[in-house]
Unconditional design. Sequence first.
Length: 448
Amino acid sequence: MDFVIYFEHETRELQNCMLIKKGLSKKGFSVELVQVKTYRAILYKTLIRPKVLIVPYCYSDRDVKEFVPYNNRNPVKIINLQWEQVLSNAWEKLGYHNPRGTAKDVYHVTWGPKTKERLTKNNVNKNNILLTGAIHLDFLKSHFRHYFLSKEELSIIYKIDKTKKWVLYISSFVFSSLNEDKLIELKERFRKETEKTCGNEIVDSMFELTKRSREKTLDWVDKLLESEDIVFIYRPHPSEKKEMSDILKLKEKYPNKFDYIAEYSVSQWIMACDISTTWFSTSIIEAYYADKPCFVIRPIGFPEDKDCLIFRGSEIIDDYETFREKILQSDVNSCEYQFPLNKSLITDYYGESHEELVCQKICNNAEKLLKENNSQKYPIISNSVSSFYFIGKIIEYLMSYFYILTGFNIGRILFKKRFTRINRHAVKELEMKMQNIMKRLEEVKILE
């Protein structure tokens, strides 16, 4: 196996990783796509030894070992796509997203010069930094003009009135959906990884800020939908807990006006909706590159040190009447509309806008890395485990695979409990989504 590409969040990463897979496959390489922490990931940690790993994150020794095969004896070649690059001052100060230990030997993809600068300041070798641009913005270039589903097609799938104005809310209210145990776990992870305690204050303050901002924002949405005949589509963050009680109440109160939709990428919904809104999400950048209107909605004041750096100096809507006015204005594409973010900051973190495909750059770098024969250049990370543990993992994979094929859970029978928490339906559904994405990628005829 030449390459294994790991992804974490389906809606954030899947189509981007599928694009890389297509590019590498066109070059004649063998490529597999695997979701982290799933039964298939066990296969590539035990029985299959890929030559190059392409991963969604890699900041520490623990992250490296999550992807390196057990009892490895070969030099490790890893490309880190690092999907979280645009941070706040507080997160940069914490240093969690700066590579440490063996993670410094990994090749890190960076979108813009500011992230490259941050990694260089934290002693990552400049030869290990790949300045490529952001691959998720490839889908907003002219090559992909016919890739996305239309508003009419989505209206049929989700039974939404296509004649009404669609307003998208790109949520990033992750902290408010975490319970006490998850918050403690998060604090402990930051403390262990960074050896700093300031992560406690960040988690506590972000939880409170997120909770209050979410409550107030949904109050505004409720008030708006009471009087206006529009469709409001709430797009949750991939890490956000599914449909909390406040969301369910709005769905019940406005069955034809309010929708909670987690499927498809953010870019898909930005392209289909008339207006986008957000609180804190860096997905606002996709609206910018798609040349679509987007507004920053913040009913509660946001501490400057916690704010994402690309939002510095941005135009904020902090009162209901302005929120209502912006949503209802007849022509948001008029010359009066100005994108709310500072364009120089966008360039700092995402690079210059151009039609060249970032995917092509990543694939070229991956091919170069694969063909590099200087084994002394790459570390050997053994990731040693006992024979008993190794065999146990193989058995776990085989039982899981048998369950997916037949629906018969041997582990539950033998061990009186579920051997593994696998949603058989979700596995089949993901396979169908991957097939559909690849079909659409083939139709746009890129990377030929």
